[in-house]
Design a protein. Structure first.
Length: 94
């Protein structure tokens, strides 16, 4: 079932367009699927600007994003609206 969800998610990511941008409040785990038990792709540094991907329905509070060319999920508690003129994928070094 998890593999099916992952395949469907990848398909939906491909069909989706970029949405809003957000910045990480703290270092955050970037996961392949929404959920605490799922695989961590990498850790995204605090202050990194991310592109949210619209058109994907996810499980409670998980935000679909693209980071370093990969598609995955971040828990929304660790995101805030982008401030200033940061560019997507950049880190403010905070």
């Amino acid at each position: 079932m998890k593999k099916l969800f992952t395949l469907i998610s990848v398909f939906l990511f491909t069909l989706s367009s970029f949405g809003q941008t957000r910045m990480t409040k703290a270092a955050v785990n970037f996961r392949s699927t929404p959920g605490m038990e799922d695989n961590i792709i990498c850790r995204i540094p605090k202050g990194t600007v991310l592109s949210m991907i619209s058109g994907i329905i996810t499980c409670r509070h998980w935000v679909p994003i693209r980071y370093n060319g990969k598609l995955g999920f971040v828990y929304e508690t660790y995101l805030k609206p982008k401030s200033g003129k940061e560019t997507v994928g950049s880190s403010s070094g905070q």
